[in-house]
Design a protein around this ligand. Sequence first.
Ligand SMILES: Nc1ncnc2c1ncn2[C@@H]1O[C@H](COP(=O)(O)OP(=O)(O)OP(=O)(O)O)[C@@H](O)[C@H]1O
Length: 300
Amino acid sequence: MAILEVNNASVSFGPISNRYEVLNDLNLKVEENEFVAIIGFSGAGKSTLMSLLAGLQKATSGKVLFKQKPISEPRPDLGIMFQNYSLLPWLSVLDNVKIAINAVQPKLSKSALDEKAHHYVKMVKLDHAVDKKPQELSGGMRQRASLARTLSLDPEVLLLDEPLSALDALTRSELQDQILNIWEKNKRTVVMITNDVDEAVLMADRIIPLTMGPAATLSDEFKVNMERPRNRHTLNDHPEFMRLKSEITAFMMGLNQESKKGTGDVIPMPKVKPKSFSLPVMSPTFKQNPVPVKNSSNVA
Ligand SMILES: Nc1ncnc2c1ncn2[C@@H]1O[C@H](COP(=O)(O)OP(=O)(O)OP(=O)(O)O)[C@@H](O)[C@H]1O
């Protein structure tokens, strides 16, 4: 039975006279303990989709259900990690994690809270920076602090909006493994947004492309029929990995081409004809000694 379900959901912004439809008629079913990757271009509406799944954004039409019940507001069992970190700037890394844990487990003793917060900070390899404030961290460190905070809530569903995009390749690999570990060991459900096809194939059970906006929608999925644990070191030689990677890449390039059709490249000209047009006949003296014409745009 699906733990998370989207039924014919659309999201639009702006007044009725000037509606901007970001998402159109989305349908999605995520089963318990599944790992689903959503892949899409910048501006397609991926974050809007995540906000919709997290209960932060209401659907203009259609429904979003968690365990068969409509999601009306954010809830701790749907843990979202935003692309833009959203850490509290006046709190240290440790306190940012503590405040999140405290919100869902207010009765935890001070020492238990401290221990739990340290556990998650260590998990994302930020133990050397526990006392640093967000502005003292690099982008990648902020991303890790944000991930620690989301993981510390121990949510049933992890909604990860490009969680690894600001990381260097090595840290990115390490955190991919961490997320996979947490998902496998704790039997969690993950919906992750990424724009990295390799990452999606390495991590997910299913990969669902989001078409280009406006009015983006979810395309047919790609199933990743590869045994787990997947070995990142031999992945490039795996025939299924190579097949999926090339099929998904070709599909995404097709979406990109499709969205360019009829836009930007050729500007349609209005269907108007000048009434009459003839060049003035110039006198011989003008040809020999033309008086320069002052152009308003280059007059000092
Ligand atoms: N609250 C809002 N009001 C009006 N327009 C919005 C709002 N939120 C998002 N949009 C518009 O919806 C579109 C999709 O935005 P969204 O942030 O979901 O895209 P994205 O795929 O996550 O982009 P990126 O990968 O660049 O972060 C954009 O054109 C954005 O301007």
